[in-house]
Design a protein around this ligand. Sequence first.
Ligand code: PEP
Ligand code: MN
Length: 344
Amino acid sequence: MLIFLRPDADSAARERVIALLRSEGIRALHREIGGYPLVEAPSAADPLRDRIAALPGVERIETGLAVYRLAEGRAPEGENGRGIRAGSAVFGNGSFAVIAGPCAVEGREVLLEIAAAVRAAGAGMLRGGAFKPRTSPYSFPGLGEEGLRALREASDRTGLPVVTEVMDAREIPLVSRHADMLQVGSRNMQNFTLLAELGRQPKPVLLKRGMAATLTELLAAAEYVLAGGNRQVVLCERGVRTFGDETRNTLDLAAVPALRTMTHLPVIVDPSHATGRAELVRPLARAAAAAGADGVMVEVHVRPEESLCDARQAILPAELEALVCECQSIRSLLRSGASLLTEA
Ligand code: PEP
Ligand code: MN
């Protein structure tokens, strides 16, 4: 059992909770996390719940496995989250963010070419991996620091802020020198050391859902960052593993409205890794906009066939341009629909 005390609860309130538990022969530990004093009593049973809840200073009691509290809370009506900024890109608060770029930074020249093309197509943020989590150690692992420098240059030239993956807590200082937003990949969603460290630095974090993670686990992972003091977290649905093999993963679009009822954090969708197929990216980006997502992240390449990584899912800049227009139209349709409903 976890007993959260109000942030202003004094040590006397904490001691009363501990004394009650000890009088029942239950071991209790206390600590603070995310600004909340917390008493942990692993063996406390449910019948004690009401007695503890009645003590002054007790805010809430949790018994579940994956607990989160800072990530909790519905976004205010009419708004999608509270708005998180990464350079000029805005996530939530009614905006629709479009992140686009190659799977991996393959070289300076080609990145500059892609960056200019995605900017012209209407994207608001550039993506590209410099440190790539590859299933096989023999696959292209990214250009590392050279890739980061290319991303920074592409960002400076186009004015697009840049998001890139950080795979290891030791690489945070290096990656954050070049990036405006730090991405945690699906495979690292439960790398708790990395998450906790990201909580102690100021750059916004794009947290991708683990391919076998529940939404509660995703929010508990976000909580590690939030509890460290960094409240700038954007969630990304990127498909989960199912029995189907027609697509790389199965896009869980229900996650978008479901997360809306669970958290105030903005939610975007990555239809590229969800499907692995370029021809499915645009229809699913439209669906994400219709489901109320705060944006999309898509892989784009000027010559997909030359792509060193995820070539089959890369769309062309012209396709991105159509995608941006369609998503914006869907969003304005929803907005006008909402105001018609409000007026009625
Ligand atoms: C990526 O976005 O570069 C990526 C590797 O995606 P994921 O972590 O969702 O597989
Ligand atoms: Mn990729």
